[in-house]
Write a protein that binds this ligand. Structure first.
Ligand SMILES: *[C@@H]1O[C@H](CO)[C@@H](O)[C@H](O)[C@H]1NC(C)=O
Length: 408
């Protein structure tokens, strides 16, 4: 309630709080959203009325401000709401230009400049602005030597404490990397799986990872701290690793450690799209084509790193495929462009657009808000990938896949 005390006084938080609430409400409507901010507090009836009135007044005032060019810059929160209402980056740019222009001539001229600004963002800088100085604590350089020309390399970002997840993946859907076997099916291509970890300060975990890697030889580890914030770094490390030590692979699959992936179906899909593979490369997945950029919360991106209101199309990060011909280009682009700490939007959106990769939206790739799958989805090959799968559930699905028949 504190926020509302100065409703007609000059409480500087007031506008912010209401507008923020408005942004969060609209966040929940969008497909890529997770609520990030303060929960809205329950109020008695007359407060709601008052709030509505004030909100309406604020909106009108905001619209008035946003049509006045001189005030756009200083009314940040108003203009951010204004921005949210635009459908696409281009629309937003044209709208803003419109409000800035009086004469009939200035609009197309400035519009071109603003479009150029968007296009220019994806052109790499002349010099490295984000040099990748990280090194490998474990470089797994022999992993790909065991198999000449693997077709598919599976990159699983995971953390030192997730040994249960790694073991479940090794024993179930990624066991094709060892045996080329799938329930009632043989996988006719070479598959490799590697787990990408950061560094842990915990000695117990550290020696656990050492031990695990001696047994399985499938871990690559970067010298940066293992954290969710470093997820994009893990993938960059994986791209770097692929171009250094597994460069003759054809495709890479990135999959989180709570995913179950139907490898034979995935390989069929890749083979189908392989016909369209060009020098520019391709990205397969569940494509999010109009995602809003967040400025607060877990997926916050600064305007310095990415100034536009929407990301270019990108594949949801839980599982996606990148053709290996662009892996080293994607990695090197990262050094000449700003770092954006949202793994999927950055790697498969921004960097991919910069190398002009083609995106293909493939039904069957997991959508991140999906519920956990039923084993039957995999027996009937209805899914390529599914999310929210615990280690125990991976074993359960794998087991069922050997016993259920397609009428399940
Ligand atoms: C290190 O990790 C182990 C295993 O997860 C845990 O039991 C232990 O409490 C951790 N130690 C410290 C100092 O955090």
């Amino acid at each position: 309630m504190k926020h509302f005390r100065g409703l007609f006084g000059r409480n500087p938080n007031h506008d912010y709080y209401i507008l923020r609430h408005c942004e969060e409400k609209s966040d929940n409507d969008t497909d890529d959203a997770v609520g990030t901010g303060t929960p809205f507090m329950p109020m008695r009836f007359h407060w709601k009325l008052l709030l509505l009135t004030v909100f309406a007044l604020t909106t009108i005032f905001g619209l008035y401000l946003s049509t006045k060019p001189s005030t756009i810059a200083r009314s940040h929160h108003v203009s951010s709401v204004y921005m949210e209402t635009q459908q696409t980056t281009q629309n937003f740019i044209h709208q803003e230009i419109h409000s800035n222009c009086q004469g009939s001539d200035c609009m197309p001229v400035i519009a071109k400049t603003k479009d150029d600004e968007y296009a220019a963002y994806f052109v790499p800088a002349k010099e490295k602005i984000n040099p990748f100085y990280h090194t490998f604590l474990k470089d797994g350089r022999t992993i790909c030597r065991e198999a000449a020309h693997p077709f598919l390399l599976i990159l699983v970002p995971t953390s030192p404490s997730h040994s249960k997840e790694r073991n479940a993946i090794r024993s179930t859907w990624a066991s094709v990397a060892k045996h080329n076997q799938w329930p009632f099916n043989r996988v006719p291509v070479r598959v490799k799986v590697v787990f990408i970890l950061g560094r842990s300060h915990n000695d117990t975990l550290y020696s656990g990872v050492e031990h695990e890697n001696r047994i399985f030889n499938d871990i690559i580890q970067g010298d940066f701290l293992d954290s969710y914030n470093n997820l994009a770094l893990k993938i960059l490390l994986g791209l770097r690793w692929t171009s250094l030590y597994c460069s003759d692979v054809s495709y890479i699959l990135k999959a989180d450690d709570d995913m179950f992936v139907n490898i034979p179906v995935l390989i069929d899909v890749i083979n189908e799209y392989d016909k369209r593979l060009s020098h520019n490369g391709l990205i397969l997945g569940n494509i999010n084509s109009d995602a809003k950029v967040r400025r607060v919360g877990r997926w916050a991106v600064s305007k310095d790193a990415y100034p536009f209101p929407h990301f270019p199309p990108y594949a949801y990060g839980n599982s996606y495929v990148i053709s290996a011909n662009i892996v080293s280009r994607l990695f090197s682009r990262s050094e000449y462009m700003p770092y954006v700490p949202v793994e999927d939007a950055y790697i498969t959106g921004i960097l991919a657009k910069s190398v002009e990769a083609e995106h293909y939206n493939i039904p069957g790739f997991a959508y991140w808000l999906e519920h956990k799958p039923s084993p039957c989805d995999f027996v009937k090959n209805k899914k390529i990938s599914a999310t929210k799968v615990s280690p125990d559930y991976m074993y359960y699905i794998w087991d069922k896949m050997h016993t259920l028949d397609v009428t399940c």
